[in-house]
Design a protein around this ligand. Structure first.
Ligand code: AQP
Length: 345
């Protein structure tokens, strides 16, 4: 059997691989998802070999209504395509279409220390809400499934937001442990986190990240919301004391967050924005940003709705993505099974 440490020319990626995933757990992606991670996916597909998946197995770590989960999976696929993920260049697939993710996760679970898994801050935060006793074992082991999601494809980079850094570190630790025990099999993936947009903050409470589970409705901008509603949220964003427009995340987190969003959406540098709003109040900046947001979300929303009208095409894209991803995932898992001493079928 071919060893993964010496890929055959056919297996060897010509361009470095990138892989990332997103959960289909809401009716729309939000600006944190888009600016923190998804925008990088679109850019990286130009220069890398991209694998992007919809993490519906991760979604089950919290209770989901089956009908909604199914629908949101299609909504997620349509949004990825509407924002520019091109199925001709990128494999877009659904996690549950790939049994190898759960299979590799089992092998990795057997390499993970209980205390190591316990240290994951996302588990601590999410289990604290429901109470640890009523949290699922899936919520506890989810970072290990995530490590399997990543390692199966041997990517060079994983584009994510800052909140995923700790999980990426666990992934690298597990890869190293596996490599040490069973001879080098896995490439150590690097997080690809853009400093400027690594953590988009809640518009109403800039002390926390924008998030579907913690943000109030006014604090989160949903990509598929009515653009007028999003504009209103931007105009009503909490700003800091004083009236000077300055980029200072420590003392002016609210206005700095708005400048970050503005800069990312418009392509203008923060310095340029600060200079051009000199002497003007927060209201002027918020009003202009609201217009930028409307101009950005309107075509995105229209395109997503159009794509959702053709389910057969979405299903075809996801099937094709699963074909491409499946070939890589099967080869990696076969190698892992061989290395750990499982008998071949
Ligand atoms: N506020 C954020 N700033 C920067 N990046 C962010 N991401 C999420 N929020 C921010 C990044 O989005 C990608 C997808 O994450 P996910 O699958 O965890 O999506 P989600 O569940 O919709 O994210 P939330 O809102 O953060 O969910 P909860 O509230 O459940 O924790 C990841 O790369 C993530 O870093």
């Amino acid at each position: 059997m071919a060893r993964m440490s010496e890929p055959t020319p056919a297996e060897k990626p010509v361009r470095p691989r990138v892989l990332s995933g997103i959960q289909p757990t809401s009716d729309s992606f939000h600006f944190g998802n888009y600016l923190g991670a998804l925008r990088q996916w679109v850019e990286l597909q130009e220069t890398h070999e991209p694998f992007f998946f919809i993490a519906n197995m991760h979604a089950l770590t919290l209770e989901q209504e089956p009908k909604k989960l199914r629908e949101r999976t299609f909504v997620a696929a349509a949004q990825l395509m509407a924002m520019g993920i091109d199925p001709q260049r990128s494999a877009i697939f659904v996690q549950s279409h790939m049994p190898e993710h759960a299979e590799l996760a089992w092998v990795l679970q057997c390499l993970t220390g209980f205390g190591e898994a316990r240290r994951m801050t996302q588990f601590k935060d999410k289990s604290a809400k429901a109470g640890e006793g009523s949290s699922s074992v899936g919520l506890f082991t989810y970072p290990i499934l995530q490590a399997a999601d990543i390692l199966l494809y041997r990517p060079a980079y994983v584009p994510v937001g800052e909140d995923q850094r700790q999980h990426l570190e666990l992934t690298r630790d597990l890869a190293q442990r596996f490599n040490h025990r069973y001879k080098r099999a896995f490439r150590l993936p690097e997080p690809y986190i853009l400093k400027e947009t690594a953590k988009i903050l809640d518009l109403q409470n800039p002390a926390i990240k924008m998030s579907k589970s913690n943000s109030s409705p006014g604090g989160i901008v949903e990509m598929l919301d009515d653009p007028k509603v999003s504009a209103k949220k931007v105009r009503s964003a909490v700003t800091d004391s004083g009236s000077e427009i300055r980029f200072d995340p420590e003392t002016k987190p609210g206005i700095s967050n708005l400048l970050t969003i503005y800069s990312a959406l418009s392509g203008r540098s923060i310095e340029d924005l600060v200079t051009s709003y000199e002497g003007q109040g927060y209201g002027a900046l918020k009003g202009d940003l609201a217009d930028v947001v409307v101009d950005f979300v309107t075509p995105f929303r229209n395109r997503t709705l159009e794509l959702l009208d053709d389910r057969a095409e979405l299903e075809r894209v996801l099937r094709a993505g699963a074909e491409t991803a499946g070939a890589v995932a099967r080869a990696t898992l076969a190698d892992v099974y061989d290395r750990v001493g499982f008998v071949g079928r």
